[in-house]
Design a protein around this ligand. Sequence first.
Ligand code: HEC
Length: 451
Amino acid sequence: MRKLRVNVFGSGLAFFGLISCVSAPLSFAADEPASAAQPAFEAAAVEQFEMASRYPVPDGYGDGFKPNFDFPQNFDAEPYPWLDADPKTDPRAYMSAVLAYILEGNVEVDWDVGNNAVRQWYHAPWLHFGERGREPIHGLTMEKTAEPQELHQLQTKEAFNWAVNFFNAPGGSMLGEVWNDRTRPNTENVNFPEGTLSAKMLFTSATPAEVPYVEGSKIWMAQINRKNTDPVEMRLLQLDFGIKDKRADSTTGWVFGTFLYQSDEPGETVYDRLIPVGLHWGNDPDRTEADFDQNKPLQEGWVNPRVAALVRNLPRKWLGLYGRMNGPVDNFNSSCLACHARAMDIGEMTDREPPFGADGSDIQAMKHYYKNRKSDEPFFEGFRSLDYSLVLSAGIEHYRAWVRHLYPDHIDHIYTDDVINPEDGHGPHLKRPELALGDIHEEYLSIFRRQ
Ligand code: HEC
């Protein structure tokens, strides 16, 4: 990590030249010294914070994405409808209550969620940043690409998946606490309040010819090929959610679940044709491949048998490792909660990279990965947990990369090397490759957002 910083700042001019090519709004002339070109740190940080997208809205697409960062300081607890159903014994009822709540008032405004007349929803900041950052029309960010056959046997081409996420008021209040100072986030004691719901709509570039079950789904145009390219049709494929629910306190404190669009499902609207994929509140830490082979049900989750059957004959075989709960578009060496338990603030410790999945080949790594963690238990000991929120992690990581590269005097050193010694081995991790100067844009590919 040290070496990286020395590399970067040792050759300031070449570095700034590079940055200005990869990241349009950071418009520094290549040969100008940083100090002369930089606006005041605070103003620049606020400008970045408020940015909807780094790309202009193409003609004919109205005002484009409008993020809502107007986080509430307080919120009134609602009679959350999912509390009427027990997620562990009646996952379908729980999920249908969740779906109705997510749709309420949002469908009417085509998911301009800050203008929902029933209740306000909020977006996570700093997701405009980096190679996977928000496109300008709907604020979608780039998610995991689905390899041929990952979604369907007929799929011959890669499918590009992009998503947008939003939080209800309890979740929004936590984002507001972290970002109370928009120039310097506070990531101490992040713990989302009971009743937090965050939802994520995931769209795919796959067409019905490749993935027949997306026929008739909701279409959004999105500029996924970036500046000055024609927006393309994207179809709603998956709707994810995470809920802070104290009935899950003995495992993780969260209930994660997802829906999948299915064209042959009866139902008047697109949303009626979303079927539950499954739900889980823990990782089934001890689950084995034999359990999967013998069709043993999950202890800490439920997977819809119809969806399990859909993927059983694909190369992936299961949604999550050994049949754990996960999404059809997610890394199959993983599970919803295990991947999300990696959410933490890595500060300047940029070479500590939590692995994206664990395929079972390394028993210790697998145990560490599928452990049920509480809100305050970080994936790497000594780090600050961000309580399962990967959008929060990605945003914080982007902010820190931006400060590190452009305003090194403003770096907030939240950890010391004594507390977190990368050589000390706090759990399994990958080391980031040492970045050569020419690869510096890699820094902008957040470790929380890659595949
Ligand atoms: C292998 C990693 C991985 C897996 C598995 C995964 N996610 Fe995520 N998830 C992410 C990342 C990364 C983001 C941040 C997206 C971005 O940067 O745009 C995210 C974002 C989200 C969000 C937005 C809110 C937040 O606080 O991060 C929700 C909700 C969500 N995922 C739900 C799910 C559900 C439900 C599942 C399982 C069906 C799941 N995820 C499986 C990596 C994963």
